[in-house]
Write a protein that binds this ligand. Structure first.
Ligand SMILES: [Zn+2]
Ligand SMILES: [Zn+2]
Length: 139
């Protein structure tokens, strides 16, 4: 069974030839608060070769606090955050969980960057947290 998803307007669609993500984390870094309209983002990591996307994507390139060059891709029409990729990890792609047709697949296993979260942020007390970045999942 493949995993599928799309942006809000439906112009961008993707298929992931796998059953489950390599890992899922909620991130409260400052960048994610911009992407998540104030909240943290939920990010599912997949092997890059498993993902096929179609539709108009814009690529915003920036340098993360870690020094990694990041590519963040959005639907050119509706602006939904779809994917991000870190140049040091070309074999992985991060899919924004909101774009998955089945968000239940993306239950976070950890919460990262809690030190930049606002005081009103809510964290699942059953999940491990990290003050800042944590190592990405192995693949
Ligand atoms: Zn769209
Ligand atoms: Zn983040």
């Amino acid at each position: 069974m493949a995993i599928t998803g799309k942006c809000l307007c439906g112009a961008v669609r993707f298929t992931i030839e796998t059953d489950a993500p390599l890992g899922v984390r909620q991130c409260w870094c400052r960048v994610c608060q911009y992407l998540g309209a104030g909240s943290g983002t939920v990010n599912a990591v997949f092997p890059k070769e498993a993902v096929t996307a179609t539709g108009p994507l814009v690529d915003y390139v920036s340098t993360a606090d870690s020094g990694s060059i990041m590519h963040r891709r959005f639907c050119a029409r509706c602006g939904t955050p779809m994917f991000s990729e870190a140049e040091p990890r070309p074999h992985q792609i991060i899919v924004r969980a909101g774009a998955l047709d089945e968000p239940e697949l993306a239950k976070p296993a950890a919460i990262i960057w809690i030190r930049s979260a606002p005081s009103w942020a809510c964290f699942d007390p059953s999940l491990p947290t990290a003050e800042a970045q944590a190592p990405p999942p192995k693949s």
